[in-house]
Structures are given as C-alpha cells and as structure tokens.
Design a binder for this molecule. Sequence first.
Ligand code: ZN
Length: 141
Amino acid sequence: MELIYESGTVAESCGNCHTVTQCDVAETLRGGKRRWDLECSCPACGSVWHAGGTGKAPERFRNAIISTNGKWTIRLDDPSSSGARLLQVLRGAHDCSISEAKQLAESLRTSGIQGTLVDVESLSGKLLEAGIPASIKRLEE
Ligand SMILES: [Zn+2]
C-alpha cells in the first residue's frame, strides 16, 4: 500500500524539565487514511515522548510541515468535470457546506487548492475514486 509522508520540525517544551527542544512531526496517508505523529526527545533530561492521532494534524504542526516543505497545490485535469460528483467529494473530504464546497470546486478548476502533501494527496485519492483526475504540483515560491 502506498505511503505518503511529509515531515517537519517543531519546538516543544519538555514536560519534565521544560527545556525547549526540536521535535519531529509528520503527516502520513496510507490507504486513504491520514494520521499525524510527533516524536520528541529532550537533550537535557533524556525524556522521550510521543503524540499523534488520526485525521488532520493540529494547525501548528501543519504550519511546521509547510515551513519545512512548502505548499502543494492540486488542480483538476479537466475543468469541465462533473459538478455534482465533484461537490459530493469535496463535502466529504472537507466536511463543509454546499457553498464552501462550491468555492473549493471553483478553486480546483482555476488556481487550485493548496495544502500539505498529505492534504492534496488525500483529496486526489478521493477525486480519483469518483473518476475525477487531478494533478498535484509543488507550489513555486
Ligand atoms: Zn527534559
């Protein structure tokens, strides 16, 4: 099963001695399911800790991943793709209202939707399941 993975570094405070340390944070996508993981090891006291969960990573971890890797963008290969099916996929993927989904659909047809690699790969997988091909590109600075 294909694994999509993107990681970054984030500063966390040690729960034991409060030393601020650089931790590794990663988002992964496997079999259409996303999760995130944080791994820390304190250089001062030797404490090791881990956090993680399913779904989107918390915002500050996502920002850390974006600042390390930059953003990615996803855009429809065929801007005239079926509107109803597209809206259905977007509502499922983003858990949003019809009007938000319409805005997202418009972005997908024009400039694209931006996010982490796992964001765009996750959406791309759902679109492909619905028979809507889309392309992913790293966003140029
Ligand atoms: Zn410590």
